[in-house]
Each structure stands twice: as C-alpha cells, then as structure tokens.
Design a protein around this ligand. Structure first.
Ligand SMILES: [Zn+2]
Length: 98
C-alpha cells in the first residue's frame, strides 16, 4: 500500500468530524468500488470486529490521513503507535473529503 505496516497513529479527536453522508464506514465503502469491509480490526493482534473507520496516519512517511477499519477500542485509542495487519485493504482511502 506504499506505507510501512508499523508506526501508525490514530489522529484522535476526529469523532466530532462528521462523515459525509453517514458513517466513515459508509464513506469508505462508497470510495473503494465495492471492496469488502474487513470483518476484523486492521490493527495487528486485534481480533475484534471492525466497526469503525479510524482516522490514522503514518508519521514516518507523511501526515496524510487515511480511513482504517478498526474496532471501536482502536478507533478511540490516541497517541500510541499501532501496527497494521498486512491484510489491511489497499489502496487506502483518504480521509480528506473533497
Ligand atoms: Zn482493534
């Protein structure tokens, strides 16, 4: 996907930022041309259901934000570095709504 799997951070504080036309999950699905939303959280070692679209970025590369399917816990977890599964859907969907 053009990014390393490790060193991701949750942007945090974006829960007040509304997804265009529904949820961030719906936004993701609309922008992936029918790609399947993963059943489980994309954070390595986590086997909770992917219920949320987290705003994440990889600071070692750039500050661009992407929608990553995660469980609610990881969507709320701010600051700590997270590693993504190599099954994370690619290409990534940008969180910058145009
Ligand atoms: Zn998780």
């Amino acid at each position: 996907m053009g990014y390393p799997l490790n060193g991701w951070k949750n942007k945090g504080g974006t829960s007040d930022r509304n997804a265009p036309g529904g949820s961030w999950k719906q936004y993701w699905q609309k922008n992936t041309n029918g790609q399947k939303w993963p059943e489980y959280c994309c954070v390595e070692g986590c086997y909770e259901k992917a219920t949320d679209g987290a705003h994440m970025y990889c600071p070692s590369v750039d500050r661009r934000e992407w929608i990553i399917p995660t469980c609610h816990f990881h969507n709320m977890q701010k600051g700590s570095e997270l590693t993504l599964k190599n099954s994370t859907p690619s290409p990534l969907i940008s969180a910058n709504v145009r």
